[in-house]
Unconditional design. Structure first.
Length: 214
């Protein structure tokens, strides 16, 4: 009578279990065999290989400088002339010199220096001195609005002490105090500047401050 599949599966499981048990039982027996430790030893001299350090790499800039230095040294070496040449004796002229000296019979007078230009105050022997001064009026509009400021005016002092050309070169705030300054500066009088005792035209710059607290 044939066996059922369940019976065959149970028998196979039991057989596999027996085989595994046997294998686990044999493992301790195999571990008891010691491996011989007294193995023959041979000593051999070892040679250490030391690699030589690489040569330092010269930076391109330094290399270029060295090349230029070598080229300069080569150019500075004395170069012999390609063809020899003979030195010739100089020709000497022993003839007496032609003496023709015109003696001055009188004393030449130097012409006076031309002092007709316009000079700065720092270039003079004596700078102009203010002799008559008129203080500018504070503009009513600026005074009412409590506005303060200043004006830098450039003008020429003539050789007679009067004021010539005038120009506003800086004003803060712009255009507020300009007219008041120009009206009074033209009335100023100076003792003119001098160079070597001569009165000359002088270009001057003055800063006039407008402050309500003054």
């Amino acid at each position: 009578m044939g066996k059922s599949p369940r019976t065959i599966l149970g028998a196979s499981f039991c057989l596999a279990l027996c085989i595994c048990f046997c294998l686990f039982a044999l493992i301790p027996q195999l571990a008891q065999h010691d491996v011989p430790r007294n193995l023959p030893m041979h000593r051999t001299a070892a040679r250490l290989y030391v690699e030589a350090p690489p040569e330092p790499e010269v930076p391109p800039k330094r290399k270029k400088v060295e090349e230029e230095k070598q080229e300069l040294l080569q150019n500075l070496q004395p170069q012999l002339p390609q063809k020899p040449y003979l030195l010739q004796e100089p020709e000497l002229d022993f003839s007496p010199p032609d003496v023709n000296v015109q003696m001055a019979t009188g004393v030449a007078l130097m012409s006076p220096a031309d002092l007709s230009g316009i000079y700065r105050a720092e270039d003079l022997d004596r700078a102009p001195i203010l002799s008559f001064h008129v203080k500018p009026l504070y503009p009513y509009r600026a005074k009412r609005m409590n506005i303060s400021g200043y004006v830098k005016v450039q003008f020429d002092v003539a050789s007679d002490g009067t004021v010539g050309a005038m120009e506003i070169i800086e004003s803060v705030p712009p255009g507020v105090f300009d007219d008041a300054v120009l009206q009074v500066v033209q009335k100023w009088q100076f003792q003119p500047g001098e160079i070597m005792g001569d009165q000359v035209i002088t270009r001057m710059v003055k800063k006039i401050v407008f402050n309500l607290e003054d």
